[in-house]
Design a protein around this ligand. Structure first.
Ligand SMILES: *Cc1c(COP(=O)(O)O)cnc(C)c1O
Length: 464
């Protein structure tokens, strides 16, 4: 008997169906759409009993998405690595703030923010997929700080992957820089570019399409639309429900809508829940779309919850695909119109279907600050600005239906500047941040030109 084969289709309908490893290594589908499983696997209710530990939940939740696409034991090794990288036995512990109101702490990983959960898993699975097929991959990514840090910590030591991270010299915080540069791994190259984040993005684009580099081997980038990154976030909704012993309303601080969509995916697999609320900051395209039926692009505004400063949430396309009843032509029409006109009006049937999945609330900077102050005064908790946006929305939810869980996506010490403006003191550093101390740093400073970047990457890839 052959084991199950999990298959993937594009939300835009014009890419061939494929398997998990191909969707993992490609990220984006060739027609510009996002990969989705052809069918939702069903989770056994045992997954959310109180006895279930994170490892068991991770295995049960993710295995059906992989099917037989990876070698035996690959997922178990990957999940072991995720769990080992977290400084808490529950991995994602749930904390009760007051009756019926909970925080789900997602920041106990190697860089003290929730992107670690998915990135660690994707790195381990990518390495397994490549090693099994005898390929090598060079991943190139530009970062303004956080994604680069999570990627370096996740890919350090991978057997079949080289990672090149470009950050703008002196324009990332010292903590973010150290999270990238203190990793002693030969497969990681940190380039500090004389320029800004846009220069880094321009160079990465140029490098990805450079013929001489492409000749040397497969190239890709780290992106937030990879199906595997999404799948890696489903387990903590299951874990939260297991810890509660009850269905919950989840309030998710939202940027690219990956985190929130992972929760919706969990319910598609059978997890009971009382619904999802996306909490956004002043970058409120999602809230306007769900509340007014008009999805329109506005310039991004800088906020204290900087990891949510997103104007066009990429994973929203997955929600539209689901809400149209998996109609790829309708989904393609929505996002092609949006790309062309910067705005699209939803028809009433689609709007109702979207609202059945999730609601959205926008919180401004004053409300974010007030929530940080409230959390400290009321519960003695110091929270990061992203968590504060979620908490402000969570406190408005009706607890008569059942418990309300706000996702806490980063440790406050990662955003110490903003927090100390409100509270008047710096949050105590997370253990992984305190441990950075003055470990030696590895980075190479380069000019913001293609020649300089290409030289550095070529020399790095020649070391094999
Ligand atoms: C990325 C991020 C978010 C938003 O998550 P999405 O999946 O992009 O919606 C929220 N908080 C923090 C700290 C993040 O890094």
């Amino acid at each position: 008997m052959s084991t199950s084969s999990a298959r993937y289709v594009s939300t835009r309908g014009h890419s061939p169906e494929t398997d998990f490893s191909d969707a993992l290594l490609r990220g984006l589908a060739p027609d510009g759409g996002l990969y989705m499983p052809t069918a939702w696997p069903t989770l056994s209710p045992q997954a959310w009993t109180r006895e279930a530990d994170y490892k068991a939940i991770g295995l049960q939740t993710i295995a059906p998405f992989i099917g037989d696409a990876l070698p035996e034991g690959a997922l178990a090794r990957a999940v072991d690595r995720v769990v080992a990288g977290f400084g808490h036995p529950l991995v994602t512990p749930l904390v009760e703030l007051e009756p019926g109101l909970f925080l789900l702490e997602l920041f106990h990983g190697p860089t003290a923010a929730f992107k670690d959960l998915a990135m660690q898993l994707v790195a381990a699975l990518t390495d397994e997929a490549l090693t099994a097929s005898g390929q090598r991959l060079t991943i190139l990514t530009a970062t303004s700080g956080d994604t680069g840090a999570a990627a370096v910590r996740a890919f350090a030591g991978a057997r079949s992957v080289d990672l090149v991270v470009l950050h703008p010299l002196d324009r990332v915080s010292p903590v973010q820089r150290k999270q990238m540069t203190t990793v002693q791994a030969d497969n990681v190259l940190n380039l500090a570019v004389r320029g800004d984040f846009d220069d880094c993005q321009r160079l990465v684009k140029g490098l990805l399409s450079d013929p001489s580099l492409r000749e040397r081997g497969r190239l890709s980038s780290v992106n937030s639309i990879n199906w595997a990154r999404l799948a890696g976030q489903i387990p903590y909704y299951v874990s939260a429900t297991a810890q509660l012993g009850h269905a919950a309303t989840f309030v998710v601080p939202t940027g690219n809508f990956g985190d929130a969509f992972a929760g919706i995916a969990a319910t598609r697999m059978g997890l009971p829940s009382n619904g999802f609320v996306a909490a956004v900051n002043q970058n409120d395209a999602l809230a306007r779309a769900l509340n007014d039926g008009l999805y329109s692009r506005r310039p991004a505004v800088e906020s204290g919850s900087v990891s949510m400063d997103v104007q066009a949430p990429s994973n929203f396309e997955r929600l539209v695909f689901e809400a149209t009843g998996r109609d790829a032509e309708a989904t393609r029409a929505v996002f092609e119109t949006f790309a062309r006109d910067g705005a699209v009006v939803f028809d009433p049937a689609l709007l109702n279907a979207l609202r059945a999945e999730v609601s959205a609330v926008s919180i401004d900077e004053d409300e974010t600050r007030a929530e940080i102050a409230h959390a400290h005064q009321t519960w003695g908790r110091v929270v990061c600005p992203h968590t504060a946006v979620a908490l402000a929305v969570a406190r408005r939810q009706d607890r008569a239906k059942g418990p309300v869980v706000a996702l806490s996506t980063a440790h406050p010490s990662k955003f110490g500047g903003f927090v100390s403006e409100v509270l008047g003191f710096e949050p105590a550093p997370a253990p992984v941040i305190a441990a950075l101390g003055d470990q030696p740093e590895r980075l190479r400073i380069v000019d913001g030109t293609m020649e300089a970047a290409l030289d550095a990457v070529t020399a790095f890839s020649d070391r094999h």
